[in-house]
Structure formats: structure tokens, C-alpha cells
Design a protein around this ligand. Structure first.
Ligand code: NCD
Ligand code: ZN
Length: 355
């Protein structure tokens, strides 16, 4: 990483092009609208399979991959790293078929009912233990939405409960299983990652680094900050920032950019998800700068993810400069609109170049 010359106030920053290890691209006209925002920043992304209907077999996942590639503007290199959606009835053969393609990099465990389009997820973890054994054997990562879907569990406690009651037993039963705990939001999750071996890692979103739950609830209810796992107290945000800037390779970048149309968010029952793709790397850069840890950004954004997944680091580099720009109030989303994270705000860093 190169920080512009001899200054305590860096004006430009060149780093290995980052990847996004957790991304929702949707499909159809929505995909066409949002893909450019990720593809113009990140070289690769782990693509979530929670479409309607979800991608529960290899054929569906590969078809979706083709749709993503077809939606890319000509000449813009971007590699979608595909993921299969786990259900109660998924077979070991399906896992083997997925792994054999060389194009599917993980399988996603959504506890049934935990989040957007998770109704077909896993309702009984015991029913997929034979599948987890196969993943461990193949060295294929299990990507986990680590929240209990129990209706009696308080929404602010759902991550910590899931970790204790479900994730810990899985790591004990399958000690070699590669696991990514997606979008961690609590001190407890940070501690869990610190306490487990190198085969267990976590992604951290930029919205969980920037905001605590006051952003969503104090002085009025702001639905564009509503995501799952839900924003937590300040002490948890602080723990996430410390983890992200620690230089520990078990923590890496995953935006969980999850666009929903304005009407679906601004509703009496609004959808969960923050659309952060248009401001993602720029906002992570601000977070690291504010924490006095710009030197740790490249590892978090561009090295530790590929290292964990066993993929080469990117050759290309990007340059960010300190040149304020204003985030648009909305972007096109098919025939609708989507409101991005930080809409209308001024961001200090912008990308000028990728080589
Ligand atoms: C995601 C979505 O909208 O698909 N929403 C979210 O709040 N993060 C699903 C998910 O990752 O939980
Ligand atoms: Zn997600």
C-alpha cells in the first residue's frame, strides 16, 4: 500500500484492488442497476444466493452467474464468486456437484426465517450435519448468517444466542470446517472469532463500523438503517472497529450491500438491508482513517479475504484521493429507486483510478 508523500494527512492512497466477501446483487433489472456500483470498485465478490426463489442447486447458481456476467458493462472485469443456498433437504451429492464446478466457493446457511428470503433455509441444524461433514472434507467454506430465528429471542441478542447455542457446537463437532461468520455485529462475535482457530473467520460491513442503533432509532425511525443483523449498541460498534483495524487476518471486508426499492424500505413493515455498494470502499477508508489505521486497510480489504478462501490476491490496484463528493439521494433500481447508505452526505475519499 502506498500513502502519498511524507504527510500526516494523506491525500492519496494506492492499494491492491479490494474484493467484497458478502454481496447481494438481486436479479433481472435490479441486477442490471446495482452491479456497476460493485464492479467499479471490487475485483471479485461472494454473491449471496437468497433470490426469490433461492438458488438451491448448482444449475440455478451457474445460471445466475451467467446472468451476472451478461449484465456487466463491456470491458469491466469482475468475477462473481458463487454460493449455494443450504436447505434442510440438500444432498451430499449436490455439494459434490457444486464443488466440482470450480465456480462455487461456499454454501450459505440461513437459519429458516432469520432474514430476507430465508424461508427455505435450514430449520433443523442436525438435519444437515452429514452435509457439514462433506464440506469439512472438501475444504469448502460454510458461510453463516449467525442469528437465531427463534421468535422468543430478543432481536438484539439473536447473534450472541446463535453463536453459543449453534455455532460453537458446530465448530466442536467439525473442527476442520472452514466457516465465515457473516456480517458480525457484536463484541461476543468478535470474541468468538478471536477464540477460535484460523479456519474460522468473519466479515464486517461498513454500516456496522459506522453506526450504532441510535442512527436507526433516535429522534425518529430511519428505515434505511434497518438491516439484519440489526445495528447494536456503541460498545459493539467500537469492538468491530477494533477488530477490523487489528490486522488480524480472521476479519475481512464484506459489505452485505442489500438493495431494496424505496417503497419496500419506507413501509409499515420495511425490508432489512442497507445499499452500501456505491459508497463502500470510500466509507471503509474513512473509518480506517478516523481510527488512525489506514495502514491496516489493505490487509482487511484486499489480502485476508482471498487468503482465507485460498485464492490469489488481486494484481490490479486502485487509487483513492481525498476529494470530497456528495452521495446521490437515490439511484435507479430497475423501474424503481433505491436509497444508498449515506445518501446526500459528503464523503472525503473517492476512487480515481484502477490499474
Ligand atoms: C439481506 C437481504 O436483503 O438480502 N438483508 C440484510 O439486512 N442484510 C439478507 C441478509 O444478509 O441478512
Ligand atoms: Zn447479506
Amino acid at each position: 500500500m502506498h500513502v502519498s508523500p511524507n504527510s500526516s494527512e494523506p491525500k492519496s492512497l494506492t492499494l491492491t484492488q479490494p474484493d467484497d466477501w458478502h454481496l447481494h446483487l438481486r436479479d433481472g433489472a435490479y441486477l442490471q442497476s446495482v452491479l456497476i456500483h460493485s464492479a467499479s470498485r471490487f475485483a471479485r465478490a461472494i454473491i449471496m444466493p437468497n433470490l426469490k426463489p433461492p438458488l438451491v442447486n448448482t444449475k440455478q447458481v451457474l445460471y445466475y452467474r451467467q446472468q451476472i456476467l451478461a449484465a456487466l458493462p463491456a470491458g469491466l472485469p469482475f468475477e462473481p464468486l458463487m454460493v449455494l443456498y443450504l436447505t434442510d433437504i440438500i444432498t451430499v451429492q449436490e455439494i459434490i456437484t457444486a464443488a466440482t464446478t470450480g465456480l462455487i466457493y461456499g454454501v450459505k446457511l440461513y437459519p429458516a426465517g432469520a432474514t430476507t428470503n430465508s424461508a427455505f433455509g435450514v430449520s433443523n441444524l442436525n438435519s444437515i450435519y452429514h452435509v457439514l461433514a462433506k464440506l469439512e472434507h472438501l475444504g469448502m467454506p460454510l458461510l453463516v448468517h449467525a442469528e437465531t430465528a427463534s421468535s422468543t429471542a430478543d432481536i438484539f441478542d439473536r447473534e450472541a444466542i446463535f453463536i453459543n447455542e449453534y455455532l460453537l457446537p458446530i465448530t466442536q463437532r467439525f473442527p476442520g470446517l472452514k466457516i465465515v461468520v457473516e456480517h458480525i455485529t457484536t463484541q461476543e462475535a468478535v470474541q468468538f472469532i478471536l477464540d477460535t482457530p484460523a479456519n474460522i473467520a468473519a466479515t464486517i460491513t461498513v454500516h456496522h463500523l459506522l453506526y450504532n442503533r441510535n442512527a436507526m432509532l433516535a429522534g425518529g425511525i430511519r428505515p434505511h438503517f434497518y438491516c439484519l443483523p440489526i445495528l447494536k449498541r456503541e460498545q459493539h460498534r467500537h469492538a468491530l472497529v477494533q477488530a477490523a483495524i487489528s490486522g488480524n487476518p480472521k476479519f475481512f471486508l464484506g459489505t452485505d450491500s442489500a438493495p431494496h426499492a424505496v417503497v419496500a424500505k419506507e413501509s409499515s413493515c420495511g425490508c432489512a438491508g442497507c445499499f452500501s455498494a456505491p459508497v463502500a470502499i470510500e466509507s471503509y477508508t474513512e473509518v480506517f482513517e478516523k481510527a488512525g489505521a489506514l495502514d491496516k486497510l489493505e490487509g482487511f480489504a484486499a489480502h485476508y479475504g482471498p487468503d482465507f478462501y485460498g485464492l490469489p490476491r488481486n494484481q490490479q490496484r486502485i487509487t483513492l484521493v481525498k476529494q470530497p463528493w456528495q452521495v446521490p439521494m437515490s439511484y435507479a433500481f430497475g423501474d424503481q429507486k433505491v436509497i444508498p447508505l449515506r445518501a446526500g452526505e459528503t464523503i472525503t475519499w473517492q476512487i480515481i483510478d484502477s490499474i
